[in-house]
Design a protein around this ligand. Structure first.
Ligand SMILES: *[C@@H]1O[C@H](CO)[C@@H](O)[C@H](O)[C@H]1NC(C)=O
Ligand SMILES: *[C@@H]1O[C@H](CO)[C@@H](O)[C@H](O)[C@H]1NC(C)=O
Ligand SMILES: *[C@@H]1O[C@H](CO)[C@@H](O)[C@H](O)[C@H]1NC(C)=O
Ligand SMILES: *[C@@H]1O[C@H](CO)[C@@H](O)[C@H](O)[C@H]1NC(C)=O
Length: 756
């Protein structure tokens, strides 16, 4: 109980002061050791690990019955919501392990029913002879760490009819680490299979996700009433600890709604673009957020939990507004930023389209000197061309897909080369969102790039929303093309997924297979636009079962969901999935809503972990590796291999930055292992000599995760800096020109109720 000691001292000082006003006896459980014997209780108490949520918070949803907003210094934060109408309710969606409701008791108070997660768990009688403030009306502790809903409903039973809400206390920490697998090698003969567990909550809805270290992932959301708070307002960015499931809020300044992101060669992650301040429901007054349309947000991962987002739009920003922007890292370690729309909305159109490229840091290139470079591809692919799919290819050019088309962009020559159109009228980018992977770049085929694009929709992108439907079938098409002259001449090879999917997420595994999760069978991306919305969702019929795509198998036999577990959680618009260093797949998000909502399909904070069979097999482990790896130079990596290992392969992976089904930078490069002596005993430490990637074209400089595979079974991945970790080329003249010739964002609010 030592954590309470400083609090206890404070409490005692306060109690001495408060003693004279003789607070009424408190009516609930007390935190252990917090009340000295014989002393009156100090009613309102927020223990360490908990947060106070005032009744004025917009996260509390009051029914439209007559609730009155009262002020009195005796209330927590001076305010209270009160009602005398039977049936009046308050609903609150929270993440954590406990909830307490505080209000007043008195002669006019009656009975209130309390519901948790839809089930009535009790009734609180607020009647008392004398009025008493800041009373704990209900407490539920020891809840399973996760997302819960508290709902209180006034009744006409009891001696009076009044009920009220003064404040809520949410316990955010969890007592113990739940459900973590023991760190040991299991018996390989026990028929390992796929598993799916739900563990942890993200605190902010996981719209954008990127692993940033061996045990942390960064999450960006839009500005909305999330349960996780920072600086006394809801947070919209967080760092999730992959080992403890602890979530740390980030102080993001601008609205990161629908931004893209990438690491640079020096290990700093940039988040670019976003949304202006949205006045409907999430106005700046509640959050203090800034216009994020031109934002470049910097985040450099650290070991001490202190690093945060850096933003300074006067000096660091994009040339122009970009909402739904894609970004990819190039072979010089800089970022190519492409497309987007100049204002928030839904389907792109010619008025708001931003059909240009730019670089970060800005470059003086092709005569544009830091200013936007026009793209005819991004103009020709209207309307459904937001969040283009992009992969940096092993010759330094960039594959880009948007709507029904794709091309190769040679940024060094500023040349666009069109590729064959996707077959059968299928559109693959927002809001007809599909997903794509660059298959592993393997030594055996000399790092030949093969692109796979799955799902999307063939719905007409020229029709207004009210002529489209949440029930329109999605596409089951999954196409593949090898990006060589012969492969391009052969065109897209068509395969079919067993289930159609819009908004799927394709996650590349260290063994070269691909897991597809999330998405729905009907409708399209976005919210509030089409006929037959479910809540606000433009899509319906969530797909609950993941599917495995094995590119090594022949056409027609690549998909399998054998032994795949089924989820209970719909993951539609604003869902994400990524491989994490352990080799598990982290699945989070889903929020087809303008603001936090608990109607179907609700704002989702629960995380699921999909574990491939290799997680439970005898796995190799990496015991030691250097901090960085240079091109073509050998490094020594200490490993422990399972007994009998006969074949070692190495996967260097960029785990990517995922949002809206676009896995920016996701990449697997096979490295050559030159060591030949294999161990005999299981406790032997083997030193592998591993050659760095052949060039920065094959793996752009920046972080990667190294996985050692023993006979196809991967170790946990360890982060390594590929290249020398230097910053990308900097052209101060281009930055000055950009700042001189472009306007920064205005902080003025813009109305943007729609879409997203
Ligand atoms: C309730 O009153 C507080 C304090 O006067 C005010 O800040 C808040 O906006 C009011 N809320 C509503 C819903 O009227
Ligand atoms: C283009 O899109 C913007 C943003 O969604 C919207 O406000 C505007 O009405 C659209 N214009 C046309 C011509 O559809
Ligand atoms: C080694 O394992 C990889 C991946 O499982 C496989 O593709 C390759 O053929 C194997 N090589 C040998 C020599 O067995
Ligand atoms: C990495 O490079 C970028 C672009 O030059 C720069 O803004 C950032 O501060 C650098 N990060 C570190 C940690 O130096």
């Amino acid at each position: 109980m030592q954590v309470y000691l400083p609090l206890l001292l404070l409490l005692q000082v306060y109690l001495v002061v408060a003693y004279r006003s003789a607070q009424p006896a408190w009516n609930g459980v007390t935190p252990p050791g917090s009340i000295p014997d014989g002393r009156p209780f100090l009613p309102y108490y927020v223990p360490a690990g908990s947060v106070s949520v005032d009744d004025t918070s917009r996260s509390l949803i009051f029914s439209s019955h007559s609730w009155h907003n009262l002020s009195n210094p005796k209330y927590v934060d001076g305010t209270l919501h009160s009602t005398s109408t039977p049936g009046a309710s308050m609903t609150y969606l929270f993440s954590g392990t406990g909830i307490q409701w505080f209000g007043t008791t008195g002669p006019s108070h009656g009975k209130t029913n309390v519901f948790l997660d839809g089930k009535q768990i009790g009734t609180s009688d607020g009647y008392a002879k004398n009025e008493a403030y800041q009373q704990r009306r209900w407490a539920s502790d020891e809840l399973v760490f996760g997302q819960h809903t508290l709902r209180i409903v006034n009744t006409d039973q009891g001696q009076g009819t009044t009920t009220d809400v003064d404040a809520l206390v949410v316990r955010q920490t969890k007592a113990a680490k739940l459900g973590h697998k023991p760190d040991m090698i299991l018996d390989a003969s026990s028929h390992p299979s796929w598993t799916l567990v739900q563990r942890g909550v993200t605190g902010v809805s996981a719209m954008q996700l990127s692993v940033v270290s061996d045990n942390e992932a960064i999450i960006f959301d839009k500005v909305e009433h999330n349960p996780l708070t920072v600086n006394n307002h809801p947070a919209w960015g967080a760092v999730y600890n992959l080992e403890t499931d602890h979530v740390r809020p980030l102080n993001v300044l601008s609205n990161s709604f629908c931004a893209g992101g990438t690491f640079l060669s020096n290990g700093t992650l940039i988040s670019v673009g976003g949304n202006p301040v949205v006045t409907d429901k999430t106005s700046a007054a509640d959050f203090g957020d800034l216009n994020g349309l031109q934002a470049v947000r910097l985040f450099t991962p650290c070991d001490d939990d202190k690093c945060d987002i850096f933003e300074d739009s006067d000096h660091i920003r994009m040339t122009s507004a970009r909402w739904y922007v894609t970004v990819t890292r190039l072979d010089d370690g800089s970022a190519l930023i492409m497309g987007g729309s100049k204002k928030g909305g839904w389907m792109n159109n010619a008025t708001v389209n931003n059909p240009t490229f730019e670089f970060f840091p800005p470059k003086n290139i092709h005569g544009y000197n830091g200013l936007p470079i026009p793209s005819s591809f991004l103009k020709d692919t209207l309307n459904a061309n937001l969040f283009p799919i992009a992969f940096t290819l092993p010759d330094g050019t960039v594959f880009v897909a948007a709507n029904q088309d794709s091309m190769i962009y040679d940024w060094k020559k500023n040349e666009e080369t069109r590729l064959p159109r996707f077959p059968n009228g299928v559109r693959v980018t927002y809001p007809m969102t599909g997903t794509a992977v660059l298959l592993p770049l393997a030594v055996a085929n000399n790092y030949t790039p093969i692109i796979v694009v799955c799902g999307g929709s063939a719905v007409d992108d020229t029709k207004p929303g009210h002529e489209l439907s949440s029930q329109a079938p999605a596409s089951d098409q999954c196409v593949q093309m090898t990006l060589t002259p012969t492969g391009i001449a052969a065109g897209w090879e068509v395969d079919l997924m067993p289930t159609p999917r819009v908004m799927p997420d394709a996650v590349l595994l260290p063994d070269g297979k691909v897991v597809i999760v999330n998405g729905g069978r009907t409708g399209i991306a976005g919210y509030g636009n089409v006929k037959g919305q479910i809540g606000q969702s433009n899509a319906d019929h969530p797909v609950f079962q993941p599917i495995l795509y094995d590119p090594a198998k022949p056409l027609g036999q690549r998909f399998s969901s054998d032994g795949m577990p089924t989820s209970q959680i719909p993951r539609l618009y604003h869902s994400v999935a990524t491989l994490v260093p352990s080799g598990d797949i982290m699945i989070a998000g889903s929020n087809p809503n303008l603001d936090v909502s608990n109607v179907e399909y609700q704002t989702e904070y629960r995380v699921e972990w999909l574990s491939p069979p290799y997680i439970a097999m005898a796995r190799p482990s990496i015991l030691g590796l250097p901090g960085n790896m240079l091109y073509r130079k050998e490094i020594s990596v200490q490993v422990r291999l399972p007994p009998g290992t006969s074949n070692i392969t190495i996967s260097l992976m960029d785990l990517g930055f995922v949002t809206h089904a676009v896995h920016m930078n996701s990449r697997l490069v096979e490295l050559v292992c030159t060591s030949s002596t294999l161990p005999t005993g299981s406790s032997d430490v083997t030193t592998l000599a591993i050659a760095g990637p052949p060039s920065s074209l094959i793996y752009p400089p920046g972080y990667g995760w190294l996985y050692v595979l023993a006979d196809g079974v991967p170790s946990a991945g360890r982060r390594i800096m590929v290249g020398d970790g230097r910053a990308p080329p900097d052209d101060p003249g281009a930055t000055v020109n950009l700042l001189d010739h472009t306007k920064g964002p205005t902080s003025k609010s813009e109305h943007d109720a729609q879409g997203g």
